[in-house]
Design a protein around this ligand. Structure first.
Ligand code: ZN
Ligand code: ZN
Ligand code: ZN
Length: 362
């Protein structure tokens, strides 16, 4: 294969993947369907449902155009292949041309069918009609959702490719091609799982992502999953009229400090272990009076006389959890990215220590 062809092929694959999955860099550069075609899509705030009906149809159409776009680009990148005159091109290219034309055609037909009778056949409108009262149409449901979406007190969260929106009477999830909708009074929310992400240099705050299943008693509404940060859980609960069930007994960390505690423990486990001199009894932690004292502060992060950390001569008095809570309580709540690298005074003698100096006791 010639060099311009290879370069173009690689570039096009990267472009297509970015266009379909839209990483954050692409999104912030305004390279999304929503941004590029905003005049035609209309404002999301003014007509939420209409906006997403048009957006998903246009997205489907543009994605179906990608294979043919590659062929068109190849006409320019490899002129010697004679791709412009399809009948003279190689057999493989002819097949590819037919394939990409078919994909585009299927996309066009699909969108055409959707758009008939004022988009009545579109999957979003069909989903809405599951909520329509007798002798009314999806339009009545759409206008109710549009009105509620305009209110500023709605709950909105999640990554842009799977947004979660909860209004006074609806729970919705917006993804690339679809919009899941359930009526609040009909649905049960159940926490089914969670993933924990430690505070790391790439991630500037510890993160717990909850997976919640939304199931409706309406048989025409398919259950769907929503994902959100545990710190947004309280806000979601406030917006819902019914409690959220916790089927998997997931421990939900509602605040940044609770989340940080997990990270703190993980990091301390990586530090050196302090061996208690024989004969020394470990007393109960003076913070909680329940667990035994379990940590000792030893200046290990740097050599003597360097840096800001100081040697603490206190005997072990605190358990790991209480020390973690103390560490978190001394932090600036607005800048979680600085937490791991910061220094706090020992709760007893006020000698400064950092997370590297916290040793668990053997
Ligand atoms: Zn304690
Ligand atoms: Zn101390
Ligand atoms: Zn230190």
């Amino acid at each position: 294969m010639d060099r311009p062809e290879t370069t173009f092929t690689l570039a096009y694959i990267v472009f297509a993947l970015c266009f379909v999955f839209t990483p954050n860099e692409f999104r912030s550069a305004g390279f999304t369907v929503q941004h590029m075609f905003s005049p035609w899509l209309g404002s999301e705030d003014m007509g939420f449902i209409q906006h997403h009906v048009r957006r998903s149809a246009l997205t489907a159409l543009l994605h179906c155009f990608l294979p043919l776009g590659y062929y068109a680009g190849m006409c320019l990148a490899a002129p010697e292949q004679d791709l412009l005159q399809v009948h003279r091109a190689a057999r493989g290219w002819q097949l590819y041309f037919c394939f990409s034309l078919t994909v585009l055609l299927v996309g066009c037909v699909l969108v055409f069918v959707w758009s008939r009778r004022g988009w009545e056949n579109h999957p979003i409108c069909r989903a809405l009609s599951a909520h329509a009262l007798q002798r009314s149409s999806w339009r009545a449901v759409a206008s109710s959702i549009n009105t509620e979406f305009r209110r500023i007190d709605k709950f909105s969260s999640g990554c842009p490719s799977a947004r979660v929106i909860v209004t006074d009477s609806w729970v919705m999830k917006v993804s690339t091609y679809s919009l899941h909708i359930a009526l609040q009074q009909d649905c049960h929310l159940t926490v089914t799982g969670s993933t924990q992400h430690s505070l790391s240099p790439e991630l500037n705050a510890p993160l717990q992502i909850l997976t919640i299943t939304v199931a409706s008693i309406n048989p025409r509404v398919q259950p769907f999953l929503i994902r959100l940060k545990s710190t947004e859980y309280a806000e979601l609960q406030e917006k819902l009229h019914a409690p959220i069930r916790n089927a998997a007994n997931v421990v939900i960390h509602l605040t940044m400090s609770e989340l940080f505690l997990e990270t703190f423990k993980t990091y301390v486990k990586m530090n050196a272990v302090y061996e208690c001199p024989s004969g020394q009894e470990l007393e109960p932690c003076i913070g909680c009076m329940q667990a035994r004292a379990g940590v000792k502060l030893l200046r290990l992060c740097q050599a003597d006389g360097e840096g800001e950390c100081q040697q603490c001569f206190c005997r072990p008095m605190w358990c790991l959890t209480c020390m973690g809570k103390w560490f978190a309580s001394r932090q600036d709540q607005q800048t979680p990215e600085t937490w791991l690298s910061s220094r706090v005074p020992c709760p007893t003698c006020r000698a400064k220590f950092c997370i590297l100096d916290v040793c668990s006791i053997e």
